[in-house]
Design a protein around this ligand. Structure first.
Ligand SMILES: *[C@@H]1O[C@H](CO)[C@@H](O)[C@H](O)[C@H]1NC(C)=O
Ligand SMILES: *[C@@H]1O[C@H](CO)[C@@H](O)[C@H](O)[C@H]1NC(C)=O
Ligand SMILES: *[C@@H]1O[C@H](CO)[C@@H](O)[C@H](O)[C@H]1NC(C)=O
Ligand SMILES: *[C@@H]1O[C@H](CO)[C@@H](O)[C@H](O)[C@H]1NC(C)=O
Ligand SMILES: *[C@@H]1O[C@H](CO)[C@@H](O)[C@H](O)[C@H]1NC(C)=O
Ligand SMILES: *[C@@H]1O[C@H](CO)[C@@H](O)[C@H](O)[C@H]1NC(C)=O
Ligand SMILES: *[C@@H]1O[C@H](CO)[C@@H](O)[C@H](O)[C@H]1NC(C)=O
Ligand SMILES: *[C@@H]1O[C@H](CO)[C@@H](O)[C@H](O)[C@H]1NC(C)=O
Ligand SMILES: *[C@@H]1O[C@H](CO)[C@@H](O)[C@H](O)[C@H]1NC(C)=O
Length: 898
């Protein structure tokens, strides 16, 4: 009996255990089945879901994009699937609804091309559905109400059309609803009052909505972000908006809204507001007065809409406001003055309205202010001194107003100031010395009543590119130094200037920029100067001298180890001192330092070498040629660190970068041994009078150079900068495959020595970006700029630094910037030897555009080399067949005036 009992008990236990094991393993295997069946309907062209496989030993919770949590059954269960940006297409299958705990599904940024996957409403635990940025099409079905558990629904950036069904209003759990950037149309239904938990509502960029803003949106007390921009909305801003007390971001811009901004909205709802944008509408009337002043608000006017608590009087102070944009409307009346001294405000845009008022001195309290645009209003008063105390200001533009008085001397004290436009006002007095704003790019003071001379300190602002001082009463000469700037615009017409116009300004600018100054003289002007005797070379003409810094001699005793071959030899130097040579070859060269030294003579020297030293061509015993660069001006670093630096460079293997084969150094000199390329440099090629390389080859060269730089910047470890990109450092092989040389010599020379060599050339080199003038920091953007210059050379067929008839250096960037601003200028830039073939023409214009972006004055605006490679590749894909034989006759004058 006891035995039977025992048996039954055991059996029971076994059965239970078996059942339990079966249960848990089946729940796991059914999750695997669900996922595999989901995968089966998906097209995965990049094989991003390779880990999703039942043969893999990986637990399914560790598959790509899957997250699990321990659930009630005590085994991990899938709760979240995140498969964004994987180029997935095919069908979104409902089989994932067999995952009992799935609560988050993110399929954003793929290429699913189907209607809204309504069947996912079967997923009973689903809380988040994100199918943003796919190719989802069709209308929103009325059965959307089946997604009743959803808290986050994002189907923005798709092609969903038609009206928004009333049934959407039953998704009462929604906290985030993003339907932006679709093709929705019709009138917005009155359903939003039901979505009381909404924190984010985005209906922006649906250009066919043509609806009024539903007034029940104003009832959403939890709403933080309301994005309704660019959706053709009409009518007035509902007064009910006063109820939006939690709002942080309000964007109603780019619509057709009319009427006034409700008084109560601006006073009570701004409490938490960070960004307020009603720009580009047809709003009018005065802007609510007292806004942001923190006054007590009389809410009884709007009690029908507002049911919340009466706010206390700290409300309305806009302590959080950062961006305030009301531009391009018809607002009139006084601009709300409290805005000028908000602690966090960064951006104020109010241009193209009819605002009046003054900027108070208290603007100095707006210590985060970056950008102010007030153009085309009726602001008046003086420019306050307080503005000069705001050290974050980078743009101040207030043209077409009634500002008067003098420009305060501290006006340009913000170290980041880039754009100043005070044109078309009534300013008087002198132009102050603008010395501290070293990043000033554009200065427009046209059409005022300014007097006195043009301050010569302008010439010391390294990136100043646009200067418009026309229509004032300025006197005196044009400062000579201005010709050293890379000016694209210099308009001083209609002043009372006199004296000799600096030569490069005359030759480089349209005559109309100088007209209306009867006292000016110079070649090509109505008056020739009295001292028109033989012209002296002036400050603008710089003779490049190589600063050869004498080398200190220190007897080194460090012992070098490693390298393929290591030689150590002594030989007698000129001064009978014993010089110890050490060589490290990364390639079996079978050459001694003695051979190197003997081989280095005038005969084997190539040109005058670069700024870092001469290059010699040498014949190895094997018959191979190598290029040997003798570095001058190198620091006395230990041979150990020297070796490791050169080794870093020598390990680079990229088809667009010249190989370093080895090096050899004494305490005085370093010789770098490079592979030799027979075809010379890109510069040699461009200089040839018969240079007529077809566009496809030029593009190939550009892409190669860009790839080489992108490799140094992003792929190579450690990341390197080239720091001396120019056409003479781009060597070509027989197939016009470019190879960069002279790269990253800062590593070998040390920063100080590198810079002093570079500086010996910098002021006159047009390959060096203007910001190098004020910041010696080595950046990728400096390389990008130099690359842009090379690309300009390829597009225009001109050498970068061309001496004109009078020996002035014409910088290609300056030259191109001026041309692009004038009619037909682009045609004059493109190399006419190839541009007339119409199919290539477009590609060349695009390449020019890339080059202009690379040579942007503002470093942040330049693309990365990786982006450049992409853009250039996209040009390559377009077939462009240049047929040089069938050129139509050249209609434009062959001599471009510079
Ligand atoms: C996932 O992988 C990690 C290590 O890669 C491992 O520790 C963990 O146990 C795995 N999870 C599952 C559920 O297999
Ligand atoms: C993305 O998927 C499409 C279609 O499946 C395919 O044609 C394309 O090559 C894929 N793109 C990438 C980058 O994998
Ligand atoms: C949806 O996914 C995209 C891409 O990851 C993301 O930018 C967006 O913020 C997500 N939407 C929501 C509501 O979280
Ligand atoms: C709004 O909510 C109420 C009460 O919950 C409900 O009766 C009504 O049908 C909902 N309206 C819409 C449009 O879903
Ligand atoms: C504004 O309305 C006018 C006509 O009423 C229309 O032509 C225009 O396209 C609309 N603009 C926007 C941004 O919706
Ligand atoms: C508030 O508004 C009500 C209704 O318009 C008005 O009667 C009352 O005088 C106002 N109170 C204040 C303090 O302005
Ligand atoms: C006003 O409300 C804010 C929070 O909303 C609170 O921090 C502050 O103390 C209140 N001020 C007064 C005077 O009640
Ligand atoms: C100035 O603003 C008005 C609208 O207030 C606009 O019609 C006009 O075109 C603007 N003028 C300029 C020069 O932008
Ligand atoms: C500026 O010049 C204009 C005309 O040349 C003259 O009418 C005006 O009085 C001058 N203004 C000042 C302040 O010198």
């Amino acid at each position: 009996m006891a035995t039977t009992k025992f048996c039954t008990y055991t059996l029971f236990l076994l059965t239970f255990a078996f059942f339990f094991i079966k249960l848990s393993s089946s729940s796991s295997s059914s999750e695997v089945d669900a996922l595999l069946s989901f995968k089966a309907s998906i097209e995965d062209s990049k094989n991003a879901l390779s880990t999703w496989s039942d043969t893999s030993s990986t637990h399914h919770c560790n598959w790509t994009g899957i997250s699990c949590s321990i659930t009630t059954t005590n085994s991990p269960s899938v709760t979240s699937i995140t498969l964004q940006s994987l180029n997935l297409s095919g069908d979104i299958s409902a089989s994932i609804c067999d995952l009992p705990s799935l609560s988050h599904l993110n399929l954003a940024d793929n290429i699913f091309n189907q209607p809204i996957p309504l069947h996912l409403s079967q997923c009973s635990s689903l809380v988040t559905l994100n199918i943003s940025n796919n190719l989802i099409w069709g209308t929103i079905p009325s059965q959307i109400s089946q997604f009743s558990s959803l808290k986050v629904l994002d189907f923005s950036r798709n092609k969903i059309e038609g009206i928004i069904p009333d049934t959407l209003g039953s998704l009462e759990n929604l906290q985030v609803l993003n339907m932006g950037s679709n093709l929705l149309s019709g009138t917005l239904p009155l359903i939003f009052g039901n979505l009381t938990k909404l924190e984010v509502l985005d209906l922006s960029m649906n250009p066919n909505l043509e609806s009024e803003i539903p007034h029940d949106v104003g009832q959403l007390k939890s709403l933080k972000q309301l994005m309704l921009q660019g959706s053709s909305l009409q009518g007035e801003i509902p007064p009910s908006f006063v109820g939006l007390l939690g709002l942080t971001h309000l964007d109603l811009s780019q619509n057709n809204l009319t009427g006034k901004v409700p008084q109560a909205l601006s006073s009570s709802s701004l409490k938490n507001l960070v960004s307020f944008d009603v720009s580009q509408n047809k709003l009018s009337g005065p802007f609510p007065s007292g806004v942001c002043k923190g006054s007590i608000i009389n809410l009884s006017l709007h009690t029908n809409a507002f049911t919340g608590l009466i706010p206390n009087n700290s409300i309305g102070e806009c302590k959080s406001l950062e961006r305030f944009q009301v531009q391009n409307n018809g607002f009139s009346g006084d601009f709300p003055s409290a805005l000028w001294s908000l602690p966090k405000v960064k951006l104020i845009r109010a241009e193209n309205n009819r605002f009046s008022g003054q900027i108070p001195e208290s603007v100095s309290e707006a210590s985060q202010l970056e950008q102010v645009q007030l153009d085309n209003n009726t602001f008046s008063g003086k420019i306050p001194q307080g503005l000069g105390l705001v050290k974050s200001l980078y743009r101040f533009s207030a043209s077409l107003n009634h500002f008067y008085g003098e420009i305060p001397p501290n006006f340009c004290d913000s170290p980041v100031m880039s754009i100043v436009n005070l044109s078309h006002n009534s300013l008087s007095g002198q132009i102050p010395e603008l010395k501290k704003c070293r990043k000033l790019v554009s200065l427009s003071l046209a059409d005022n009543s300014l007097t006195g001379e043009i301050p010569s300190s302008l010439a010391e602002l390294p990136v100043l590119t646009y200067i418009d001082l026309s229509d004032n009463n300025l006197t005196g000469p044009i400062p000579e130094g201005l010709q050293n700037l890379k000016l694209a615009l210099f308009n001083v017409s209609f002043n009372d200037l006199s004296g000799k116009v600096p030569y490069s300004l005359i030759s480089g600018l349209p005559a109309s920029f100088l007209e209306g100054n009867p006292g000016l003289c110079g070649p090509g002007l109505a008056n020739s100067c009295s001292d028109e005797a033989p012209r002296h070379k002036n400050g603008g003409i710089t003779t490049i001298t190589c600063a050869l810094i004498s080398l200190a001699f220190v007897a080194g005793t460090a012992i070098v180890a490693g390298g393929f071959v290591l030689y150590k030899r002594s030989c007698k130097g000129n001064n009978n001192e014993v010089v110890v040579w050490r060589s490290v070859f990364f390639y079996p060269l079978r050459i001694t330092e003695h051979d190197l030294l003997m081989g280095m003579n005038e005969k084997s020297s190539m040109g005058n070498g670069g700024i870092f030293g001469r290059v010699y061509v040498m014949n190895l015993p094997s018959g191979e040629l190598v290029a040997v660069k003798k570095l001058v001006n190198f620091r006395n670093q230990s041979s150990k660190s020297l070796k490791s630096e050169v080794k870093t460079l020598a390990k680079i293997r990229h088809k667009n970068i010249v190989k370093i084969l080895g090096f050899c150094h004494s305490d005085e000199s370093v010789f770098l041994i490079y592979e030799f390329l027979n075809e010379g440099s890109l510069r040699d090629l461009i200089l040839r009078p018969d240079f007529k390389l077809e566009w496809s080859v030029r593009l190939k060269i550009a892409i190669g150079v860009a790839q080489g730089l992108a490799y140094l910047h992003k792929d190579y470890s450690p990341r390197l900068l080239h720091r001396n990109v120019k056409s003479s450092n781009i060597l070509l092989d027989g197939n016009f495959e470019p190879k960069l040389t002279d790269f990253a010599l800062d590593r070998v020379l040390g920063e100080a020595a590198f810079q002093s060599s570079l500086d010996s050339e910098a002021p006159s080199s047009c390959y060096i970006a203007p910001e190098y003038g004020y910041s010696k920091k080595a950046t990728e953007q400096l390389d990008v700029y130099s690359f842009g210059v090379v690309l300009l050379e390829l597009v225009s067929g001109r050498q970068a630094e061309k001496a004109d008839s009078s020996d002035s250096i014409i910088d290609i960037v300056k030259w191109v910037r001026r041309k692009v601003n004038i009619a037909n200028g682009v045609q004059q830039i493109l190399d006419r030897r190839i541009s007339s073939s119409t199919t290539c023409h477009q590609e060349m214009v695009r390449a020019l555009d890339i080059a202009l972006r690379c040579t942007s004055v503002v470093p942040e605006k330049r693309p990365s080399m990786v982006e450049v490679v992409k853009s250039l590749h996209s040009l390559e894909l377009r077939t462009c067949i240049a047929d040089l034989q069938d050129q139509p006759p050249n209609e434009e004058p062959s001599n471009i005036p510079i």
